[in-house]
Each structure stands twice: as structure tokens, then as C-alpha cells.
Design a protein around this ligand. Structure first.
Ligand SMILES: O=C1O[C@H](COP(=O)(O)O)[C@@H](O)[C@H](O)[C@H]1O
Length: 287
């Protein structure tokens, strides 16, 4: 399979694809099939699978059909897991996205080693800037093998969306929506507690930092540089905001701004309760 080579910046991102399923069971089994396809393509491409996950309602829906499988479809040894956002609390704190993912998902997969899961550095909790820089470096190092080369492109980014349209820890109207420099940024005034967090940013336009990177003309990362980005949303509580995000992208809500550079794609994988009111066209789920 050809390596990911983002097209010229003049090419427009593809519109989102909406898959809607009758209930949460169907959503979870289709999500598992979607993840396995992304995994298989990534392994064929680079012999590993890099995934960024979120907290909130996602880990439970993700785990439902991924853990305890008996069909050998999952190649856990190839997974490298990162966090699309994280709260600045100890990793065993119940507000931690790692803690939640571990409780719902990782701990149920004995094949997954702790070294495959890239968590924040707990020793830096008192210094959000430092911690955020360290996590960015962690990401760069894991992707490129050395911190001086910077070209992470996630194979899959899994996102949730809050009732205000926030995704990761990117909140409506917040200055971080315009962050063009950092791939991972700290936020200390999150309107949803806890206030201190880090988040992956969009950072699509500024895809290089050093002149060497400029010469290396495709050099892409973050939310808008991934093979696949998937929002996973279930329940009536997501209905109103999903309609706004899909039907009124001009509102510029944080979730609407996720537009991966071609050939990356963005998907909304929902149940019918969440997608009930959107007028956006549903696509037939085929892999
Ligand atoms: O604060 C956060 O919220 C979002 C959405 O959570 P959900 O419970 O509405 O699914 C989540 O995606 C993010 O990781 C988390 O830090």
C-alpha cells in the first residue's frame, strides 16, 4: 500500500462520512470492524498501528466488541496508543483519561503492554507547559524514532464530542482553536472540570518548524493529519450538537473544524438516537 502522502494543500478536505446504527450494540460491533480495518491497513503500510484515543463515553463503546474476541483479528502487539487529550491529574485519579481507558479497555487486554501506551509524565503535573511539551516530544519520538524529525501521522484518531461541541480539550471560542504552532498544547481554563489539561491541536497550516522540515515538504500531524479520524457518538444527548456540527459547519464549532488533509478522512460513527435530527446524508456502512 502507498505511504500516506498528503496532497497539495490546495486540495480540499473530503466532507465527513456519517454512519448511523440502530442501537449501541450495532454501533460497537461496526466500530470494532472499522478499527480492525484501520489496524490492518496500518500494519500493511508500516507494520504498526498508531491510535490516539479520547476519554468520556468513548472507551466503553470501543472496548465492548474489541476485548474478548476469539477470532484473532486484533494484532495487539502492533498497537501504539496515545491520548488525544488528557487531564492533569495523577494517572490513578478517576478524572484521568488514561485511568478511564485502562478501567474500561486496556486492563481487559492482557496482550497490550504498558510500554505501548503513551501517557503523560506525572512528575510534571505542576507545570502544564512543560508537561505538554514533554508529551509532544513523546509523540514525535514515538513516530519518528528521534526527536529531531517531526512527522507523526496517526493511523486512527478516535474522538468524542461534548454537548457544547468540544472535542479533545478544544472548547468553543477558546484561543486554542487557533493554535498553529504546537501539536500538543496546555489548557488551564477548561470550562469542563478539571480545568488543567493538555490537548492535541488542529495545526494544519503550519506543518513544519525548522527549515529542514520545510525542505521535507510533507510533514504533517495532529487532528487534521491522520489517515482516519472518527467521532464516536451515542445517545439523545448528542443529537442537538451533532446536527449543528454537521448541518451548520459555518458555526465553526470545535468538532466541525476537524478536517483531515487529503487523503485523510473524517467519520461520524453514531447510533440513530444521536443522528435523529441531523439532515446530513447517512452513508451505507461498508468496509
Ligand atoms: O472532557 C472530555 O470530554 C470529551 C467528550 O466526552 P463525552 O463524555 O461527552 O463522550 C472527551 O472526548 C474528552 O476526551 C474528555 O477529556
Amino acid at each position: 500500500m502507498a505511504p500516506f502522502a498528503p496532497d497539495a494543500p490546495t486540495k480540499q478536505p473530503s466532507p465527513p462520512t456519517l454512519y448511523s446504527f440502530k442501537d449501541s450494540d450495532e454501533l460497537s460491533s461496526s466500530l470494532a470492524a472499522f478499527v480492525i480495518k484501520a489496524q490492518n491497513e496500518a500494519i500493511e503500510r508500516r507494520n504498526k498501528f498508531t491510535v490516539a484515543t479520547s476519554g468520556g463515553s468513548l472507551p466503553k463503546m470501543l472496548a465492548k466488541e474489541l476485548v474478548n474476541r476469539t477470532d484473532n483479528a486484533l494484532r495487539w502487539d502492533k498497537w501504539e496508543i496515545f491520548f488525544a487529550d488528557e487531564r492533569l491529574v495523577p494517572l490513578d485519579h478517576e478524572d484521568s483519561n488514561y485511568y478511564l481507558c485502562d478501567k474500561e479497555f486496556f486492563s481487559k487486554v492482557p496482550e497490550l503492554k504498558r510500554s505501548q501506551i503513551h501517557t503523560i509524565d506525572e512528575s510534571l503535573l505542576e507545570d502544564p507547559e512543560e508537561l505538554s511539551d514533554a508529551y509532544e516530544k513523546e509523540l514525535v519520538t514515538a513516530f519518528a524514532g528521534k526527536a529531531s524529525v517531526r512527522n507523526p501521522v496517526f493511523d486512527l484518531i478516535l474522538l468524542g464530542m461534548g454537548p457544547d461541541g468540544h472535542t479533545c480539550s478544544l472548547f468553543p471560542g477558546h484561543e486554542l482553536l487557533n493554535e498553529k504552532d504546537r501539536w500538543v498544547a496546555p489548557i488551564e481554563d477548561s470550562p469542563k472540570p478539571p480545568a488543567k489539561r493538555i490537548t492535541v491541536t488542529y495545526s494544519v497550516d503550519r506543518s513544519c518548524r525548522s527549515s529542514a522540515d520545510v525542505a521535507e515538504s510533507f510533514f504533517y500531524a495532529q487532528l487534521n493529519h491522520a489517515h482516519r479520524v472518527a467521532f464516536v457518538l451515542a445517545g439523545e444527548g448528542k443529537q442537538e450538537m451533532l446536527s449543528k456540527v454537521l448541518d451548520q459547519p459555518e458555526l465553526g464549532l470545535p468538532a466541525s473544524r476537524v478536517k483531515p488533509a487529503p487523503p485523510g478522512d473524517v467519520y461520524f460513527i453514531t447510533d440513530d438516537a444521536a443522528s435523529k435530527t441531523t439532515k446530513y446524508e447517512r452513508s451505507e456502512f461498508k468496509l
